[in-house]
Design a protein around this ligand. Sequence first.
Ligand code: FES
Length: 122
Amino acid sequence: MTQPEVPLLEVAVGSIDELEDPGCREFSIGEGDWPLRGFVVRQGNAVFAYQNNCMHVGHPLNYKPDSFLTKDGSQIICASHGAVYDIESGQCTAGPCRGKSLRKVEIEIRDRVIYARGRALR
Ligand code: FES
């Protein structure tokens, strides 16, 4: 028996102008027990989006809501054990998962509103 395909969904994360620069906002795609959880990072006029899972052991990267950056705002940091990731590439540059990369989430900006697209995990 084949599983029904999980539909591709799009959510509005918010206006780029509502985010600090640099700044982050979490989002969730899909309902139920296994939504796709992610976050966007604004850096100037550029926006990047990743799934909210550290590549070390899979914890969410943050403890505090919308908080994903190092103190100086230059990199993404995992609150659990300190893995540090490049904002633009998602590549881990220091810490226990050096060499791995965060999983990107597809985004589009229309009329300065950020939309994230993806499928719930189930
Ligand atoms: S879970 Fe992210 S560094 Fe350990």
